[in-house]
Design a protein around this ligand. Structure first.
Ligand code: KIV
Length: 285
């Protein structure tokens, strides 16, 4: 089995300019898919609120729901570095609340690190607190879906002078606060490129152009997500329609009596069949 990916290994990959591959996973099968594809990092993203739980934003997902998803992924992933997203509402109240939530993801789900959105003052305090508690933190700046309403919707950030300057300041600040890795989401590549050379920690991009690594939502890249996806998504499969076609074919065969066929049934001895019949004796038909 390949050696487990550690923060040290991620830092070495950055130093060697070896691209870091990160993908989301939300359950045992997607975790196993990521592991078998030999990715470096797996993110149990709160995007699971949308792609597996059917909410229309990431805001609704709870800590207990995320713990179930993260635990299932951890049971499948033995090599890649597993990061669990801290959901909205689980860190906002205080540093103490943030530490307590992060500890649950490490102890109950076996996460290697937790991810926290935002780079404002309160967020920096949470990053410091969690990192000081000994839990690695992956920061997330640029488009932060948990607070998308305050950002004017799910749209690219860093396109105005103020917004571009804010992203650079926040990326540097989360590093100074003790983050071990930073995700930059939906930011013009030219703006991300300004701050990249000033970040010692690995930078994972999603819709931010070239970086030390990339992350995509697994349902988007495999073509399970229905409808329009973000402009930065590239599809590497189309298994959503295959899944529907498979279940529809099963439904047709059940309805027409083709399934189950003789090859899908268990055989029994004559004695067992006789005993089954005898068990009916004396009962009303
Ligand atoms: O929740 C998630 O999937 C994420 C990625 C989009 C970075 O935060």
């Amino acid at each position: 089995m390949p050696a487990r990916v550690t923060l040290q290994r991620l830092a070495e990959m950055k130093a060697r300019r070896e691209p870091i591959v990160m993908v989301t996973a939300y359950d045992y099968p997607t975790g196993r898919t990521a592991e078998q594809a030999e990715v470096d990092m797996v993110l149990v993203g709160d995007s699971g609120a949308q792609v597996v739980l059917g909410h229309d934003s990431t805001v609704a997902v709870t800590v207990d729901e995320m713990l179930v998803l993260a635990g299932a992924v951890r049971r499948a992933v033995h090599t890649a570095f597993v990061v669990a997203d801290l959901p909205f509402g689980s860190t906002e109240v205080s540093d103490e609340q943030a530490i307590a939530t992060a500890v649950r993801f490490v102890k109950e789900a076996g996460a290697d690190a937790v991810k926290l959105e935002g780079g404002g003052e309160a967020r920096l305090s949470r990053i410091r607190a969690i990192a000081d508690a000994g839990i690695p933190v992956v920061a997330h700046v640029g488009l932060t879906p948990q607070t998308a309403v305050a950002l004017g919707g799910l749209r690219a950030q860093g396109r105005t002078a103020d917004s571009a300057a804010r992203i650079v300041r926040e990326a540097l600040a989360v590093q100074d606060a003790g983050a071990s890795v930073v995700v930059i989401e939906a930011v013009p590549a030219d703006v991300a490129a300004v701050v990249l050379p000033h970040l010692r920690i690995p930078v994972i991009g999603i819709g931010a152009g070239p970086a030390d690594g990339q992350v995509l939502v697994v349902h988007d890249l495999l073509g399970i997500t229905e409808g329009k996806t973000a402009a930065f998504v590239k599809r590497y499969g189309a298994i959503g329609p295959d899944m529907v076609a498979g279940v529809a074919a099963y439904a047709r065969e059940v309805r027409s009596g083709v399934f189950p066929g003789t090859e899908h049934v268990y055989s029994a001895t004559e004695v067992a069949v006789e005993a089954a019949r005898a068990a009916l004796e004396g009962r009303e038909a």
